[in-house]
Design a protein around this ligand. Structure first.
Ligand SMILES: *Cc1c(COP(=O)(O)O)cnc(C)c1O
Length: 428
């Protein structure tokens, strides 16, 4: 018996192997070196033969130089915050690749001079929401609200209903964000009922603006009242509507979800929304509405700290102008086609205990709380949940009544083969 530690190949020798040269050019020396170190450790522990180190390194190298991994979202939650919210469309990904190098994000190729930053993305957004006289894009919706408060309410009051003092998730509370901008909150009404007169009585010389926040992740039902934007539009101060979800126009499947066009038509001076929820684009904060107010926001010194990069602008424009983004496709898929896919998959996976079942998907953190989206799933024995998460690519399903459900509403039809393959690999 020889001590396995004595046969561990030297790092330099492994890295010098031609098979690993290309990997180092693609992923960087550090990433490959980390994989080599892990393989050497396995030799030391006696789990791997010295001769197999290179093969092991090639098999365990990460797909990219970054640690984030592509996952298949089979949770049925379309806008899943922990899974990166909206997946970008192919068109958006291509736009990101095109804009990734030097790009004309702020340059006019005709005149050779500086141009308005992200003009194409801003034009696409303005076209998608005709009721907006002017648009601006910042880092996310939180940044949109922050910029609004910094410009319109420093040292002033923001009037909002007690029923809309919202925490979005991960401890993010909109009221605290607004106060951090130096604004004071003037809460009006009660948790369940607020009337126009409550707002009217609170408005005075100290008012910066009235804010309506869409409670995107919960619902208050029963004895409730809340004035519409139309009723609040005539109070003589700017009316800001945080619609959250980023729907730009009404969607038939989500009748109660507010949209930017309708909110502006109803009388909102400004609308703020996220880019990576129901719009299906990159993380971004959209600010739409009154031209003078939007220009004031854009000129605020903080706007520079909140501005988006060229990749976001490219992805946003392609999401707006290109083919329907995956989020919209998931929302619009018919139950019939989902059921057919589930049945087909369950048939090919029958030997693993798969069954096709009805399921209920949801929009998710992005909006439409309590709106059930009828769906279909492949149901597997519970233990598959963990096995699938550990696969490549990882598949994240949903546990329900001791079964692992793979909800197909959030899986693109062209990923069905990959999903089936992932299940087969678990069993082998
Ligand atoms: C999601 C949401 C936010 C926060 O948006 P981010 O883009 O995550 O910053 C703010 N307000 C509402 C109503 C939301 O739904």
């Amino acid at each position: 018996m020889t001590d396995p530690r004595r046969s561990v190949p030297r790092t330099d020798a492994v890295l010098a192997r031609p098979e690993l040269g290309q990997a180092q050019r693609r992923l960087g020396r550090g990433v490959v070196k980390a994989a080599v170190a892990a393989a050497q450790q396995r030799v030391r522990e006696g789990f791997l033969k010295a001769d197999d180190v290179v093969a092991e390194v090639l098999a365990t190298l990460p797909p990219t130089a970054a640690s984030s991994r592509r996952v298949l979202n089979a949770t049925g939650v379309i806008v899943h915050t922990n899974l990166g919210r909206a997946p970008l469309s192919e068109a958006a990904l291509e736009a990101v690749a095109e804009a990734g190098g030097y790009t004309d994000v702020e340059f006019d190729l005709e005149t050779g001079r500086r141009a308005k930053r992200g003009a194409g993305a801003l034009a696409a957004l303005a076209e998608a929401v005709p009721a907006a006289d002017e648009v601006h894009v910042v880092n996310n919706n939180a940044a949109a609200l922050l910029l609004t408060a910094l410009e319109l309410a420093p040292g002033k009051e923001i009037v909002l209903s007690r029923g809309e003092l919202v925490e979005i998730g991960d401890g993010f509370r909109i009221p605290e964000l607004l106060e951090s901008a130096g604004a004071k909150l003037r809460e009006v009404g009660t948790t369940n009922r607020t009337h126009v007169r409550d707002y009217a009585e609170a408005i005075g010389p100290a008012t910066g603006f009235v804010l309506k926040i869409h409670p995107s992740n919960f619902r208050i039902t029963g004895f409730t009242a809340s004035p519409g934007l139309g009723e609040l539009a005539g109070l003589g101060v700017p009316l800001v509507a945080d619609i959250g979800s980023g729907l730009l126009a009404p969607h038939p499947a989500l009748p109660d979800e507010p949209d930017a066009e309708s909110a502006l038509r109803a009388g909102a001076s400004l609308v703020t929304a996220s880019g990576d929820k129901l719009l299906g684009g990159p993380q971004a904060g959209l600010i739409l509405g009154d031209a003078e107010l939007v220009q004031r926001l854009r000129r605020n010194p903080a706007a520079r700290a909140l501005r988006v990069d060229k990749l976001t602008l490219a992805a946003l424009e392609a999401s707006l102008r290109g083919p329907v983004p995956p989020v919209r496709a998931a929302l619009d898929t018919s139950l019939k086609s989902l059921t057919e896919r589930a049945e087909r998959l369950a048939e090919t996976l029958a030997e693993f205990g798969a069954r096709a079942v009805g399921s209920v998907a949801e929009v998710g953190g992005g909006g439409a709380p309590g709106v059930p989206l009828p769906s279909a799933a492949v149901s597997l024995p519970r233990r598959y949940a963990e096995l699938l998460r550990a696969g490549t690519p990882p598949v994240v399903g949903r546990l329900e009544r001791d079964r692992c459900l793979l909800d197909l509403r959030t899986v693109a039809p062209d990923q069905d083969g990959e999903l089936a393959e992932a299940v087969r690999r678990c069993a082998s």
